[in-house]
Design a protein around this ligand. Structure first.
Ligand code: BES
Ligand code: ZN
Ligand code: ZN
Length: 464
């Protein structure tokens, strides 16, 4: 499906948005009312003889436009029109693009007979194309990067394993002019990343650390983006129950998100230097698996008692965060991880959990997220929760001694690997709930959502 910004067009069907007030004076009011259409949010009425699709809207907020467009595009995809047009304004163009591209997203890689869509062209119509061109192009880049992230999250653990993840990053680097450095197990051993290596030991795939760099001429800031890239999380010897294991291909979503972010930033040609570090590892079990009771020596020398091999993401990130801090002196450092089920318990499935020491940074992200249509919620650190990570045998335990506040104790575990001078520069994003869905919501459809790509792009655009 193509999407274009045009001044005028004759399309097979026109999409119109109406609120309850506008419905009262609409020229097709009688027919619409007869059909039971009340202009409620996310309801539709097709008037085929008038080549019109009418969509209900509660108010003209971006969130409502995005959601209405997601509903509309699904209905258009099921119909037999070849082209459709939407009128757009400066205020709603981003939301409309997101609704159409993200709401209309389908992942057909594993379908033997993907459904063929008749809809080939979507036109966004406005009088002053020049005034909207830049917003349009930016919205398309960000929506496409989100779809790119979704595609990789949706790939099966057989197809997307640590080595093929590295290959995919190399391909992106070639296409987008990025620098790419891959560390294999030999190099990881040299770097003393024994914690990350332990998690991947029982896998038949070699673990990889993927470092991509986007370096514009005069960057305003340097930013490191670190992603948890567990291409599969079986739980290891602390095996997950069968029903919890399904969907665990999504445990690489943090790594996939940072790839989407660097793709968007490089295509938007932002004046920010970006480094992405992905710990690509598969958490399996077998004779060579790491065990509860092991004590691991991390890259920064801290020792960790393993009490649960399913709390593996933090063991990988501990080493990757330390490596990233030594490699790049960044102004900001953000990590993305499907880290805890507890984050979903705390905030619900739709919201990304944000943790860190800088209230200002957390506030900036709250603003960026609101602008982008993603949901983020802050989870506060405190010293009492920190004491729950004490170990009787090592410097720190990989799980908390109490069951409550699990998202925060995981964040506090990561905090132990952030150097003193970087504490205020760092935020941790737990995307365990927001990265994947089995039921559609907003502009998200079954599978990976691409969580993080939109709000990080919005933040990166605002960096001064
Ligand atoms: N990858 C999981 C977290 C997760 C759970 C992501 C559900 C998405 C959906 C993580 O590695 C994990 O298993 N965490 C444990 C930690 C526990 C053992 C302290 C969890 O959340 O149960
Ligand atoms: Zn796990
Ligand atoms: Zn995990």
């Amino acid at each position: 499906m193509n999407i274009d910004l045009v001044q005028e067009i004759k399309s097979d069907v026109k999409v119109e948005f109406l609120d309850a007030k506008q419905l009262k004076s609409h020229k097709n009011k009688k027919t619409l009312l007869q059909a039971g259409f009340e202009a409620k949010q996310d309801t539709l009425c097709f008037l085929h003889e008038k080549a019109l699709l009418v969509c209900g809207l509660d108010s003209s907020s971006s969130d409502n436009f995005r959601s209405a467009c997601s509903t509309a595009i699904k209905s258009l995809n099921a119909a037999h029109y070849k082209s459709a047009s939407f009128s757009v304004t400066k205020a709603n163009i981003q939301a409309i693009v997101e609704g159409i591209v993200l709401g209309g997203y389908e992942f057909n890689e594993y379908k033997s007979k993907p459904t063929k869509r008749k809809l080939k062209n979507v036109y966004l119509v406005c009088k002053d194309i020049k005034a909207l061109q830049k917003s349009f192009e930016e919205a398309i880049i960000i929506a496409d990067a989100t779809c790119f992230t979704r595609d990789i999250v949706n790939a099966t653990p057989e197809d997307l394993n640590p080595p093929s993840f590295a290959d995919l990053a190399k391909k992106l680097a070639r296409e987008n002019g990025l620098k790419c450095e891959i560390l294999g197990e030999k190099e990881l051993r040299k770097e003393k990343m024994e914690s990350m290596l332990a998690v991947g030991r029982a896998s038949r795939h070699d673990s990889k650390l993927i470092h991509l760099t986007y370096k514009p001429k005069n960057p305003k800031k340097i930013i490191s983006l670190i992603g948890k890239g567990l291409t599969y999380d079986s739980g290891g010897l602390s095996l997950k129950p069968a029903t919890s294991m399904v969907t665990m291909k999504m445990d690489k979503a943090g790594g996939c998100a940072v790839l989407g972010m660097i793709k968007a930033a490089s295509e938007l040609k932002l004046d920010v230097e970006i480094h992405t570090f992905i710990g690509a590892v598969e958490n399996m079990l077998g004779g060579d698996a790491y065990k509860p009771d092991d004590v691991l020596v991390t890259r920064n020398g801290l020792t960790v008692e393993v009490r649960n091999t399913d709390a593996e993401g933090r063991l990988v990130l501990a080493d990757v965060l330390d490596y990233a801090q030594d490699k790049v002196k960044a102004d900001y450092m953000f990590d993305f991880a499907t880290l805890t089920g507890a984050c979903m318990v705390a905030l619900g499935q739709y919201t990304t959990g944000v943790m860190g020491h800088s209230s200002k940074l957390k506030h900036d992200f709250s603003k960026a997220a609101t602008k982008s249509g993603e949901l983020v919620g802050s989870l506060p650190f405190n010293k009492h929760l920190k004491t729950l990570l004490k170990s009787g045998i090592a410097d720190i335990s990989n799980v908390s001694s109490k069951p409550y506040g699990g998202a925060i104790t995981a964040g506090l575990f990561l905090d132990r690997f952030i150097k003193e001078e970087n504490k205020e520069k760092w935020l941790h994003f737990d995307i365990a709930g927001s990265a994947y869905t089995e039921t559609p919501w907003d502009c998200n459809v079954y599978g990976g959502t691409g969580a993080g790509v939109r709000f990080m792009s919005s933040f990166l655009k605002s960096v001064k």
